[in-house]
Design a protein around this ligand. Structure first.
Ligand code: S3P
Ligand code: PEP
Length: 437
């Protein structure tokens, strides 16, 4: 059963002007961890009980695909508790099957790699935007193994047809400059090959902390990877994923960013439970950026609390390591004295939408002066925000981060608020619970 939330029932959502943020919120499970854990639980030997699984579109796409691939699982009514029977090896079907993966990068990329190994013919498809999100660097990196993959549309992009087969060992090189998800996908599939795999990363590796999440989850499922300074990785031979038995998904650190920023803009304190110093997610470092902007941040292992007694200050930072949470900084910049510059974010252009362009357009509607570079955004806030209707481009993060603009104006409208369902279906209800008009 899907919950009925404010945003499910409306095409647009008008937010009242907000005066203050305070309170506590527990964020739902991490998308990045949920989809990695589901895939490895399906590939491992044994039964895995997953707690605090995220229930959102991206995770539903992974779950549906796994069911079509013959994986059995049960879910609690709220879909956050899952018991899954591992296949103890590659996902194989005798049939030709089509998997619809929406716009979930964490389903498309890892499944594309894992399904090259095994048996069956798989058509991987998704939403229109998925057909504009590259996958060629992953597929081409795997060619030396002898994979059989066809691009059914534009070369280098989904949809794909994969004819799984047994593959040979090879040394691989992967371009890490467009998305870290390609390397994640290759690493997670490597143990299925049984032979030693050496992977060399060419180009700058973007979004590096996501590789730490991958290595952490692989280790929880009993597979070791040698990481040589993120430049080469060795997956030793003859490893098999083993169920950890029970595994809890941490709260989503990217989802936490909206509430933490609310604490910094709306005085606070706002305490966010579910992520903290014990987290494996790089996006917890978002709180450090708020601290540099002048907010007070308290950390524990499992919560982060933010408050602020003065206006924020602008920052000029390379935020390549926290690409998702960095969008929240772009909106927080509306409440900071000076000009904020967010650098080294070129891969925002190949996410749910061209995020550099979309963020610039929507920030301008609110009266900000914005310079849009190839790989940066520079934002100078106006004295007072102009009321505006924010277009969200079917991008959950645009809808969520622009909710913060309600601290600066009446009559803020978020178009298509339901797009938060990709990672956070009841976001606006939770946001309302920590904000006062
Ligand atoms: O591996 C992951 O779970 C993710 C990696 C990042 O993508 P890129 O590596 O493409 O930047 C991030 O933006 C995405 O939301 C989730
Ligand atoms: C880039 C994102 O998603 P995906 O996992 O589809 O790449 C995101 O959630 O911001």
């Amino acid at each position: 059963m899907t919950q009925t939330t404010i945003q499910d029932t409306m095409d647009t959502l008008e937010l009242p002007k907000l005066k203050r943020a305070q309170g506590e919120v527990t964020i739902p499970g991490s998308k990045s961890l949920s989809n990695r854990i589901l895939l490895l639980a399906a590939l491992c030997r044994g039964t895995t009980t997953i707690t605090n699984l995220l229930d959102s579109d991206d995770v539903r796409h992974m779950l549906t695909a796994l069911k079509q691939l013959g994986v059995s699982y049960t879910l609690s009514d709220d879909r956050t508790y899952c018991t899954l029977e591992g296949k103890g090896g590659p996902l194989a079907t005798g049939q030709d099957i089509s998997l619809f993966l929406g716009n979930a990068g964490t389903a498309m990329r890892p499944l594309a790699a894992a399904l090259c190994i095994g048996q069956g013919t798989f058509h991987l498809t998704g939403e229109e935007r998925m057909f504009e999100r590259p996958i060629g660097d992953l597929i081409e990196a795997m060619r030396p193994l002898g994979i059989d993959v066809n691009y059914d549309g534009e070369p280098g992009y989904p949809p794909l047809t994969i004819r799984a087969q047994s593959l040979k060992a090879a040394k691989l090189q992967i371009d890490g400059s467009i998305s870290s998800q390609f390397l994640t996908a290759l690493l997670m599939a490597a143990p299925l090959l049984k032979s030693r795999i050496d992977i060399e990363v060419i180009g700058e590796l973007v979004s590096k902390p996501y590789i730490d999440i991958t290595l952490d989850v692989m280790a929880r499922f009993g597979v070791t990877v040698e990481n040589h300074n993120y430049q080469t990785f060795t997956v030793p031979a003859d490893q098999q994923y083993q169920s950890p038995g029970r595994i809890q998904v941490e709260g989503d650190a990217s989802s936490a960013s909206y509430f933490l920023a609310a604490g910094a803009i709306g005085q606070g304190p706002v305490r966010v439970h579910g992520t903290g110093t014990a987290s494996v997610q790089g996006d917890v470092r978002f709180a450090e950026v708020l601290e540099q902007m002048g907010a007070n941040v308290n950390w524990s292992e499992h919560w982060i609390e933010v408050s602020a007694s003065q206006r924020l200050q602008a920052v000029d930072l390379d935020l390549n390591h926290i690409p998702d949470a960095a969008m929240t900084i772009a909106v927080a910049a509306l409440f900071a004295d000076g000009t904020t510059r967010i650098r080294n974010i070129y891969n925002w252009r190949v996410k749910e939408t061209d995020r550099i362009h979309a963020m610039a357009a929507e920030l301008r509607k609110l009266g900000a002066e914005v310079e849009e570079g190839d790989d940066y955004l520079q934002i100078t806030p106006p004295e007072t925000l102009t009321p505006a209707a924010i277009d969200t481009y079917n991008d959950h993060r645009i809808a969520m981060c622009f909710s913060l603009a309600a601290f600066g104006t009446d009559g803020l409208v978020i178009n298509d608020p339901g797009c938060t369902a990709k990672t956070f279906p009841d976001y606006f209800d939770r946001f309302a619970s920590i904000t006062d008009q």
